[in-house]
Write a protein that binds this ligand. Structure first.
Ligand code: HEM
Length: 410
């Protein structure tokens, strides 16, 4: 699926008009300041905004070679939901479950209610909804036997920085439900869970967010709750590099990938004690514009050899980017993370973090060496603590009439 197709909604808007729509929305905000206190826009301005369509009407095609929600534009809201299979859910039941959930997802992503939808009105605003399914090792074993389980589909090795809480670990079935509207996500999650309840129970749910659609120009790299620009050095969807990094060619998983989810607490209280220079030093990039400490723009290539007057490298060898850089060519991942922010407890004013999520064809070859290096030394570890960890195989997409997981279950 091309980026353009992914961006083209039910209303038939092109990527270009959506981009223009974003700009128009920004301009609209400025005009609204001048509007009367009811917030009403001048009629001509309202007509202009109506012409570019509503955010809520946008759809992302569900069917395709790859599942949507990986190389398609990232949405503002996401719920990551992991389920545990009931003991009675055997291979036949798994086939029934995935047919049902695929049908729900295919309908909901077009703005139709799921079959027997109890609140179809809530489904009518798809807002670029995507549903991405993932399989844990136990599901793959029940479906296809031990030989079907890729060698990397297992809990990650234990790392010294981890303080994992079982409440956020593992899972047999993953559903990542994302959209540019929180009500859409809530409704889709509820429909999918209603239809999965004969087969599985909820193990954990992690809700994440980024900036709202239209708040920033499309393509702006996200900021995490440390204020860092996070996601600069990432393969670009639609490029040969992306295809090589992300898509698997391993048997039933061909056209699929893997996903690592690391729930990571960000200690904002102690981060508050650090000045902007030290904050930039810990990552190797400036906070305000994301440029490497040796450059002036976010897109500049970091120079890890450059030294300062004292003869020390400008980018510390123990900064996050120096440690996360690939040592071997194949150590590249595609990051697609979300922020979380919950009620604090005790003296703290925040309980915040990152739902770190990455896609790669092979976890052991691509992800684990990076994580092992970061666990060994990384200045950023001073303020970050992984509290949850899970690995899933993400099956390929399916065609209309097929279902997600059919290459394993059919
Ligand atoms: C949850 C805590 C983390 C935070 C706050 C964080 C933040 C950042 C920031 C601000 C950058 C620089 C901008 C960019 O290129 O995106 C970065 C780069 C990167 N991070 Fe992280 N990161 C975290 C965890 C991780 C983990 C767990 C991994 C993988 C194991 C990882 C892998 C990378 C990679 C590969 C880069 C690009 C390095 C390069 O320049 O080549 N990060 N991260």
């Amino acid at each position: 699926m091309t980026d353009d197709q992914a961006q083209t909604g039910r209303s038939g808007l092109s990527r270009r008009s959506l981009l223009f729509g974003g700009a128009a929305a920004g301009a609209g905000a400025a005009i609204a300041l001048a509007a009367d206190r009811t917030g009403a826009l001048p009629q001509s301005r309202q007509a202009e905004l109506d012409a570019v369509g509503l955010n809520g009407e946008r759809t992302v095609p569900f069917h395709g070679v790859h599942q949507a929600g990986i190389d398609t534009p990232i949405a503002a809201q996401a719920s990551f939901v992991a389920l545990d299979l009931l003991p009675s859910t055997n291979a036949d039941a798994l086939g029934r479950m995935m047919r049902l959930l695929t049908d729900d997802a295919a309908r909901l992503t077009t703005g139709e209610g799921a079959l027997a939808d109890t609140e179809p009105e809530l489904a009518s605003v798809p807002a670029a909804l995507t549903v991405t399914f993932g399989f844990g090792p136990e599901l793959v074993r029940r479906a296809g036997g031990a030989t079907a389980v890729p060698s990397w589909l297992a809990p990650l090795p234990a790392f010294g920085i981890d303080a994992l809480e079982d409440a956020w670990n593992g899972g047999d079935l993953l559903m990542v439900v994302s959209a540019d509207d929180a009500v859409t996500v809530a409704h889709a999650v509820r429909m999918l869970l209603k239809d999965s309840r004969a087969f599985a129970t909820v193990r954990w749910r992690q809700d994440g967010f980024r900036r709202a659609y239209g708040s920033e120009a499309s393509g702006t790299t996200m900021r995490n709750l440390f204020g860092q620009i996070d996601g600069t050095t990432n393969p670009e969807p639609g490029t040969p590099e992306f295809d090589r990094v992300v898509w698997s060619s391993d048997r039933w998983l061909t056209g699929g990938t893997s996903m690592v989810i690391r729930r990571t607490r960000l200690d904002l209280d102690t981060w508050d004690e650090v000045d902007p220079v030290a904050r930039g030093f810990s990552v190797g990039r400036r906070l305000h514009d994301g440029a490497p400490l040796t450059g002036s723009r976010e897109s500049d290539e970091p120079d890890f050899e450059a030294v300062n007057a004292a003869g020390l490298t400008v980018i510390s060898p123990v900064s996050h980017i120096a440690r996360a850089r690939p040592v071997e060519d194949h150590e590249v991942i595609f990051r697609r993370s979300y922020n979380y922010d919950l009620a604090p407890s005790g003296e703290s004013v925040s309980e915040s973090g990152l739902i770190f999520a990455s896609y790669q064809a092979d976890v052991a070859r691509q992800f684990t060496p990076i994580q092992a290096r970061l666990a060994e030394v990384d200045l950023l570890n001073t303020w970050t603590t992984p509290i949850g960890s899970a690995v899933f195989a993400i099956p390929p997409g399916c065609s209309p009439g097929g279902f997600i997981g059919d290459t394993l279950l059919a």
